[in-house]
Ligand binder design. Sequence first.
Ligand code: GTR
Length: 426
Amino acid sequence: MKNIVKSFFLIFFIFLTHLVSGQFVPNYDESKVPNYSLPELLILENGKKVKSVKDWENKRRSEILKLFQNEVFGVVPEVDYKLSFKVIKENIEAVNGKAYLKEVEITVSTSEGKLPINVLFFTPKSDKPVPLFLTLNFYGNQSIHSDKNISLTQSWLSNNKKFGITENKSNEATRGVRAYRWEVEEIIDNGFALATIHYGDIDPDFDDGFKNGIHGIFKDKLDKNKEDNWGSIAAWAWGLSRAMDYIETDKDFDKEKVTVMGHSRLGKASLWAGATDKRFAITISNNSGCGGAALSKRKIGETIWRINDHFPHWFCGNYKKYSDNESILPIDQHMLIALMAPRAIYVASAEEDQWADPRGEYLSTYYGSKVYELYGDKSLSKEEMPAIETPVATSKVGYHIRNGIHNVTPYDWQQYIRFAKSYFGL
Ligand code: GTR
């Protein structure tokens, strides 16, 4: 009883401090990072050490995956669905004649409805299947390149006055507005294809009680009272896997060489896609921060409280238990990184993106990389962060921090291409 009263006052106190301060004040001071200890990556729930690849693959990996499913991202309900693929545009000359543009509509059908997901491909001209980067985008496929052949997205768009988006709808003026984040020509020149999907096609990014997007046609198995219902990040990751279902059928692409990459909230989604779907050979997290690559227990920049408060639909109900209560977390994000092993993982930070806690992003990569030792591979050698624009890498784990703000820059893409080429032996 005493404990219940104590926790009640504690919760009330936390609530009051947030209410009185009116606004969240992030901590950026390393000396104020709380004392924390990270949950053990390589100790089983029964207390035994993980000593071999077998222990990892047959036991520990699934324990960790389950914890992330139940406590963080939520569980995808078991619903019968069908997929159909329709090529709606094909082999249109693009990128100064160096590539083909193609669009594929993936339709997901359940007993409750249909959801179209439009995948845009830029594929270098080649007589062999090519490796590919698969990514989600924020403002519609038409925003990533000025090519007029790209269909305007039909799904919900996040409003953005700078881009002329005011009614959650795309328009001609949104063509190419985000081209600066997409090194399409560089990707093509290096022999990679690029595939992208507007994340709003899969699940619109607002809290609507599971009505729209994929949640809407999967709801028959959804129990509103369950705290592990899948949130939007899990939905976006699920959509990436459906794109992979298509990619496997298309002989333009080398399905063994697919890299899933994402920025920010979409970097959280790419990490979850890489963790849940072993078909992704490389996973890249660009500035993914809280709930992505950054360690939660450090509470630097964005915290679990802040992310749950602003984006209650991103994670599952259980994740709310950890708002301002990180010490009880049974996992931390180094374990999410480790779920990629033995495949490859690359994490990138930006110096001015303190909100995403670059140091926390590095540390989780460093601690997570220990799992690779089980495979006889190297882990990252230094706990100390590398210098700005001095990438560090083993054969399967890469990290860099660059100058500048929260963004995806040509520098980032150059590192991803270099890492992917070396990992794939190209
Ligand atoms: C911010 C959010 C971050 C990050 C970012 C983005 O508002 O706090 O976690 O996801 O949005 O996706 O651009």
